[in-house]
Design a protein around this ligand. Structure first.
Ligand code: 13P
Ligand code: SF4
Length: 366
């Protein structure tokens, strides 16, 4: 998805780190309680350190929903997170994304036209009455709205199991159409006791998802062919290598990793679960972590008595999360002090209504 971020004035691009930190602090103080800065765990330290609350995408969505008093919410994360915050907050509140180009390549792997086509194909093959659509939080507001309109819900990496159980048991779904991350869908299906054969991958670039009619009818989980380019890099060989180097190491990975990796990991969880598990572990323990590198580096720095390293010897940053930096945060805050709202993320009313239905179902389930 193309978004247009304006080029920052020179007073931001040429300022030193120290100067930017001073200016961010001054602007934050000037805005006081009117401002809430939210920071996802993948943010750089120069941004993360300014956050009033940090967390995984579920915790941050809930935090935004629970703080109706904040006039400006500066979301240091990616576009879909800021959209969700806008949907869950009041009309009076303004949500800002410091760099408009901070999208999510996985979220961009499913668009509304493709999902509508898939829904039509499914109607053709087996009817959609007993299909519940579930979208991962990493998706556009338009897709969340689609799901809201069709009796489904949003899920995040921390509640996918609860949301899929709700769909299959409480809603009596025969099938779930899960998008855009095939890995989270597959990992959760297996966690719930389903077999890999109960899952079929839906290729949005092919008619009927590239599946035979019998394959569509047989599958309980139709998993969109989407993935995260950061998490798909982690491999079984890396896990084996980490264990060969240190047999005492615990492997902890995000559920966006491929199933072969998740299956042999010691722990699997959202970024918040990874943070908590490593932070609460005994001194002297060793961890090989399968998630974004800024988070892994921060875990290593904050857990000096432990060994914390990335599973991937080659660095794997999330290039879109990385776009939010001190100059963009400074520009955003100084603009607010001057009375100028930049980079507002505002979801159109009808879309916001139905997306809120899907998000609220998730919040009620969990
Ligand atoms: P979390 O909800 O676990 O923070 O994950 C969000 C994400 O984009 C991971 O790649
Ligand atoms: Fe999207 Fe992957 Fe980045 Fe998460 S790590 S925001 S899923 S591209």
């Amino acid at each position: 998805m193309i978004r247009l971020q304006q080029v920052l004035p020179e007073r931001y691009t040429t300022a030193s780190e120290t100067e930017l930190a001073e200016r961010i602090g001054t602007a934050k103080d000037a805005l006081g309680d009117r401002l809430l800065i939210l920071g996802h765990h993948y943010q750089r330290n120069e941004v993360y350190d300014w956050a009033d609350a940090t967390g995984d995408s579920f915790k941050l969505a809930r935090y935004a929903a629970d703080h109706p008093g904040a006039e400006f919410i500066v979301f240091c994360g990616v576009h879909f997170m800021a959209e969700s915050a806008d949907i869950l907050t009041t009309e009076r509140q303004v949500v800002i994304l410091p760099d408009l180009n901070a999208g999510c390549s996985m979220a961009d792997m499913a668009d509304t036209a493709q999902v509508l086509d898939a829904w039509d194909d499914l109607a053709d093959v087996c009817g959609t009455d007993r299909i519940v659509p579930i979208t991962y939080m990493n998706s556009s507001a338009a897709l969340k709205a689609f799901v809201g309109r069709h009796g489904g819900a949003v899920c995040t990496s921390s509640n996918a199991r609860a949301v899929l159980t709700w769909a299959l048991e409480d809603q009596g779904a025969e099938k779930v159409l899960f998008f855009p991350d095939q890995h989270l869908g597959r990992n959760t299906a297996v966690e719930l006791g389903y077999a890999l054969d109960d899952c079929a991958v839906w290729n949005p670039h092919r008619d009927y998802g590239g599946l035979e009619e019998r394959e569509i009818k047989a599958a309980t989980f139709l998993l969109w062919r989407g993935h995260c380019s950061v998490h798909q890099r982690f491999t079984v060989e890396q896990v084996e290598q980490a264990r060969a180097e240190d047999p005492s190491v615990s492997v902890i990975v995000h559920p966006e990793c491929a199933h072969e990796v998740v299956r042999i990991a010691d722990h699997v969880g959202s970024t918040e679960v990874i943070l908590r598990t490593v932070s609460e572990s005994e001194p002297g323990t060793a961890w090989a972590v399968g998630t974004e590198i800024h988070m892994v580096q921060r875990l290593a720095a904050n857990n000096p008595g432990k060994t914390v390293a990335s599973l991937d010897p080659l660095v794997c940053p999330c290039s879109t999360m990385f776009r939010i930096d001190a100059p963009h945060l400074c520009w955003t805050l100084e603009s607010l002090v001057e009375g100028d709202v930049v980079n507002r993320i505002e979801v159109e009313t009808e879309t916001a209504h139905w997306a809120r239905v899907a998000l609220q179902r998730m919040l009620d389930i969990t």
